[in-house]
Design a protein around this ligand. Structure first.
Ligand SMILES: [Zn+2]
Length: 555
C-alpha cells in the first residue's frame, strides 16, 4: 500500500477495497449555531456566511460568490468552524497546492485541527482528523481512479474555486458525496462560456461587489489603460470556439504575434508600468515566448510559465516574481486563478477574450492591497474592457438561464447602452468614468473638447469611447483669446515661438480660473486656433501685464 498519506501513528484503518462507508444524511442542527471564531469576520463576510448557512436549510448544494479579496479562505474556515460545532466531518477541496497551503494556514488561525491529502504535501497528512483538505486531483487519482485509498468521510464538502468544479473528474469527486452538504466558493460563478453552474449547485448567494471592496480598501482601485493593438473589424473576423464561445486561440494568436504588436506590448509596458511586478496574459505558448523574448531583449527580467511546467517550477517562478527578481511573468490564463501575489501591481491583457470569467479572474490577480501599493495598473491591448465593460461593473450572475458574456455584449459593447461608458484619454490612453473621477483625465489632466451640454462627441475625438460631455467649459475660449491677444501684440514672437506663446496663454488661463499651478496644458490646446479677444479678455490681460511691470519696477 502507498504510504505517502498514511503517516506513522495515524489511526487510519487499512483500505479493504470498499470505497464508501455508509454515511447518514447529516441533520440541519449545526446551522443554528454561530461559533465565536466567526466574530472576527468583517460585516460583509458574516452577512454572506449567515445567508449561505440559512440557504443550506433548504438546499444541499449552494454556491457563494465573492470577488477576489473578499476573504474566501476566512469564509471557508468560519463555515468549517460552524460545521465542527455540529460535529460534522468536513472535506475541503482545492485545485492547487498553493490553495491547499493557504487553507491549511487559515484553519490553523482558526485552531481547527485537520489533515491534508495532496501529493505535494505528504508531511501534512493526518487521516484521522475530522477535517481534511484535499487537492481535488490527488483525491480523484488515489481514491476514485486508482482506488488505492478510501475516500475521506464527509458530511460537508467545500469546493474552493467552484467555477472549476465542472470537469469530469471533479464532478466525480463531488458526486461521491451524494448525502453531504456541498458549498462552493468562487469569484466568478460561471463557466468560461458565461453560463451558470447549475450542473453542480442548486442555489447561489452573492457577496459584496468589487466596487464595495475597493471602497472598503480590501482591494485597490484599478487604473486602466486601453491600448488596443487589433481593430474591431479584425476581432470580429476571428472565429468563435464552439465550446467556450471565446476567440479561437490559433486565430487570435496569429494576429497578436505580428512583430509590431509584440513590440507594442513591451513599449507600452515600459511607458506605463516600467518596474512594476507584472503578469502578462498571452494568447498561447508561442505568443508568450515571443513576448518574453521581447521583454528580455530590452533588458526586463521576464519569465514564462506554461501548463507544461511542474508545480514546483511554477512555485519557484512565482516566488521570484514576488521577490522582485523577475519583473514580468508571461502566461496564458494559467495564472488566472489560484495565485495570490499581492505585490503584483500590473496586469497586461495581451490576449483578447470574450469571457467575463477570464477577464475578471485575470484582473483579480492584481487587485490585492500590499504595502506601498495604492492602485493597480491594467493595460488592455485586446479591447477587452471595451467589449466586456469595466471590471467593477455589477454582473448579473445566475445559476441557470443567464449568460454573463452575452449580458456584457448586449450592455457594454453596443453604443446604445444606458450605463455610463468610460472615456479613453487620447493623450495617455487612461480610461476613466466621468461621474467618479471628473471631466479631466485623472492621469494627465487632459480636458476633452469643450462644448455645450448634450452634444455627443464623436469617436474620433475621444479615442474609442463616445461620451456625453458636461456643461460648457469656459477654459478653452479664454485660452484661444489669450493666444490671439499674444499673437496680435507680439506677432514676431508668435511666428517664431508659437509654443511658448501658447504656454504663456495657458498660464494666464490657469490663473484666471484659479487652477492648480501644476495643471498640465490639455494637449488639444497646442492646436486650437486663436479666437479674437473680447474687450473683457484684453482688459484682463492688459491689467495683468501692467501689474507685472509695476512689480518688476519695484524690485
Ligand atoms: Zn490622460
Amino acid at each position: 500500500m502507498n504510504t505517502d498519506s498514511y503517516q506513522q501513528g495515524d489511526t487510519s484503518p487499512l483500505f479493504t477495497g470498499e470505497i464508501f462507508e455508509k454515511i447518514e444524511k447529516p441533520t440541519n442542527d449545526w446551522l443554528e449555531q454561530w461559533p465565536s471564531q466567526c466574530n472576527i469576520l468583517r460585516p460583509y463576510q458574516a452577512d454572506l456566511l449567515k445567508r449561505l448557512m440559512a440557504s443550506l436549510r433548504t438546499h444541499r448544494r449552494v454556491l457563494g460568490q465573492a470577488p477576489t479579496g473578499a476573504g474566501k479562505s476566512m469564509l471557508i474556515a468560519a463555515l468549517v468552524a460552524a460545521a465542527r460545532m455540529g460535529d460534522l466531518r468536513v472535506l475541503i477541496l482545492a485545485t492547487r497546492t498553493r490553495l491547499v497551503k493557504q487553507l491549511h494556514e487559515r484553519l490553523n488561525d482558526f485552531q481547527l485541527p485537520h489533515g491534508i491529502m495532496a501529493a505535494s504535501l505528504p508531511g501534512l497528512a493526518s487521516w484521522s482528523k475530522p477535517i481534511q483538505i484535499a487537492s481535488v486531483d490527488t483525491l480523484y487519482r488515489r481514491c476514485l481512479a486508482d482506488k488505492r485509498h478510501p475516500t475521506p468521510l464527509a458530511d460537508l464538502v467545500v469546493f474552493d474555486e467552484a467555477h472549476l468544479a465542472l470537469g469530469a473528474s471533479r464532478r466525480a469527486v463531488l458526486d461521491a458525496y451524494p448525502l453531504a452538504y456541498h458549498v462552493g466558493f468562487t469569484a466568478t460563478p460561471a463557466k468560461t462560456s458565461g453560463v451558470g453552474l447549475d450542473a453542480q449547485f442548486d442555489h447561489m448567494e452573492l457577496g459584496p461587489s468589487a466596487a464595495e471592496l475597493i471602497a472598503l480598501k480590501a482591494l485597490v482601485p484599478i487604473r486602466i489603460f486601453a491600448k488596443p493593438v487589433v481593430s474591431k473589424a479584425e476581432l470580429q473576423a476571428v472565429g468563435k470556439d464552439s465550446k467556450t464561445g471565446d476567440y479561437v486561440t490559433g486565430e487570435i494568436s496569429k494576429i497578436m504575434l505580428r512583430p509590431k504588436l509584440v513590440g507594442n506590448v513591451v513599449e507600452n509596458w515600459l511607458r506605463i508600468a516600467n518596474g512594476k511586478r507584472t503578469i502578462v496574459f498571452a494568447c498561447d505558448k508561442k505568443h508568450g515566448a515571443e513576448l518574453q523574448q521581447e521583454f528580455s531583449r530590452v533588458g526586463v527580467s521576464c519569465e514564462q510559465l506554461t501548463d507544461g511546467d511542474a508545480e514546483e517550477v511554477r512555485e519557484e517562478v512565482i516566488a521570484r516574481l514576488d521577490a522582485g527578481i523577475t519583473h514580468v511573468l508571461v502566461n496564458c490564463f494559467l495564472l488566472s486563478y489560484g495565485i495570490d501575489i499581492p505585490s503584483v501591481e500590473c496586469i497586461v491583457l495581451a490576449r483578447p477574450t470574450r469571457s467575463v470569467v477570464l477577464m475578471l479572474q485575470a484582473i483579480g490577480r492584481g487587485m490585492r492591497p500590499a504595502p506601498d501599493k495604492s492602485s493597480m495598473i491594467l493595460i488592455d491591448h485586446g479591447r477587452v474592457i471595451d467589449n466586456l465593460g469595466l471590471p467593477t461593473y455589477e454582473r448579473e450572475w445566475s445559476l441557470k438561464g443567464g449568460n454573463v458574456n452575452k449580458q456584457a455584449e448586449e450592455r457594454y459593447s453596443s453604443r446604445k447602452v444606458t450605463v455610463e461608458k468610460p472615456r479613453t484619454c487620447p493623450d495617455c490612453s487612461r480610461m476613466w468614468v466621468l461621474s467618479e473621477e471628473g471631466s479631466r483625465c485623472p492621469e494627465c489632466g487632459y480636458q476633452p473638447i469643450i462644448r455645450a451640454a448634450g452634444v455627443r462627441v464623436t469617436d474620433a475625438e475621444l479615442g474609442e469611447i463616445g461620451a456625453q460631455l458636461p456643461s460648457v467649459d469656459v477654459l478653452q475660449p479664454f485660452f484661444r483669446e489669450a493666444c490671439d491677444w499674444y499673437a496680435t501684440r507680439w506677432p514676431d514672437r508668435w511666428q517664431q515661438k508659437e509654443k511658448s506663446g501658447r504656454w504663456w496663454a495657458w498660464m494666464q488661463t490657469r490663473e484666471k480660473f484659479k487652477r492648480p499651478d501644476d495643471e498640465r496644458m490639455p494637449s488639444l490646446f497646442w492646436n486650437v486656433a486663436p479666437l479674437k479677444a473680447s474687450a473683457e479678455t484684453s482688459g484682463w490681460l492688459t491689467a495683468k501685464i501692467k501689474e507685472f511691470k509695476r512689480k518688476m519696477a519695484r524690485r
